[in-house]
Design a protein around this ligand. Structure first.
Ligand SMILES: NC(=O)c1ccc[n+]([C@@H]2O[C@H](COP(=O)([O-])OP(=O)(O)OC[C@H]3O[C@@H](n4cnc5c(N)ncnc54)[C@H](OP(=O)(O)O)[C@@H]3O)[C@@H](O)[C@H]2O)c1
Length: 284
């Protein structure tokens, strides 16, 4: 039996890049959209009282501290939003018997497995504070409730947020030459495709647990940021002297995993990343 259309769904982080596309994809459900103005998820009392009053059947949490480099210096805030607050949400979800869905990341892994990571791979070694905080969030969720979905995804881009595709398009118009790193591999993911796959999980009431959702690449290791940039410029018909470089040439506060490809063994595959990119560029 599929999910009833009058099911009350709460999306938190609804003004974020993914949150806005989820709101679009779930717009025929009984939706409540909250962001920072409506709820501060780091305030346990607020989380408890506001969510109990609303009494949703499903809580989708997209709210997060997503500045990967910023997290290195704002460790406490990243931990509060990405970890502690998830515990608050999970506790209240359990009390009101709601299902809770958390968006997590490939950055919980150390990125040494070229062949990628399946859902049940459990050696977590985040290389940065953001990854650590998201992993702790997963752990707290599991600790407080059984009725959860953990959705791990990667390299998101969508119409409503700063993302790599937009950065490349901007730089492509400003510069004649550009260097992009060619030693970090992953799977780019269009937020609309991710939102549709989340809807598939909820609509079909799939078993609780961990799911990996990304657009697909031909090689299981994924693609590099350099290859991603190459395709963006090709599809957008921007002429630029694009050069591959190593991460050492671009030191950043947070270390990134070299290979963090998420392998999906549970869901129908999403379309190829090139096709998703084409769709994004045509409609943004
Ligand atoms: N972006 C990626 O490449 C990527 C990759 C893998 C996984 N993810 C995960 O996917 C999810 C969605 O990412 P996104 O890029 O769509 O995020 P985003 O655009 O940064 O949106 C997050 C939203 O949460 C809000 N928020 C922050 N702190 C809050 C709080 N204390 N209470 C309530 N709301 C709060 C933010 O408000 P402000 O903007 O005002 O702070 C923002 O509207 C996150 O869980 C992220 O970790 C993202």
């Amino acid at each position: 039996m599929s999910l009833a259309k009058d099911t009350k769904i709460l999306i938190i982080g609804a003004k974020g890049m993914l949150g806005q596309d989820l709101a679009l994809i779930f717009n025929d459900y009984n939706l409540t959209l909250w962001d920072k103005d409506e709820i501060d998820i780091t305030d346990e009392q607020q989380v408890d009282s506001k969510i109990k009053e609303l009494n949703p059947k499903i809580i989708i949490n997209c709210a997060a501290y997503t500045d990967v480099d910023g997290a290195e210096t704002n460790q406490a805030i990243a931990m509060q939003i990405n970890a502690e607050a998830v515990g608050f949400l999970a506790k209240v979800a359990k009390e009101i018997k709601a299902t809770i869905l958390l968006i997590s990341t490939d950055y919980i892994f150390d990125g040494t497995r070229k062949q990628g990571y399946t859902e049940d791979f459990a050696e977590f070694k985040p290389l940065n504070v953001y990854g650590e905080s998201k992993l702790k969030g997963e752990e707290l969720l599991k600790q407080y409730t059984d009725n959860y979905y953990i959705i791990r995804t990667a390299w998101l881009y969508g119409k409503n947020g700063n993302n790599f595709v937009e950065t490349m398009l901007k730089l492509g118009h400003e510069k004649d030459q550009l260097k992009v790193v060619n030693d970090q591999y992953g799977k780019p993911t269009f937020t609309i495709d991710l939102a549709q796959q989340i809807r598939y999980i909820l609509d079909n009431k799939l078993p609780f647990g961990i799911y990996h959702i990304t657009n697909e690449t031909t090689e299981s290791e994924g693609i590099s940021w350099y290859e991603f940039a190459q395709e963006i410029f090709k599809q957008a018909e921007i002429e630029i002297d694009l050069q591959a470089c190593s991460s050492d040439e671009f030191p950043r506060p947070a270390k990134r995993p070299p290979y963090s490809s998420l392998i999906n063994t549970k869901l129908p595959q999403l379309r190829k990343w090139e096709n998703a990119l084409e769709d994004y560029l045509a409609n943004s």
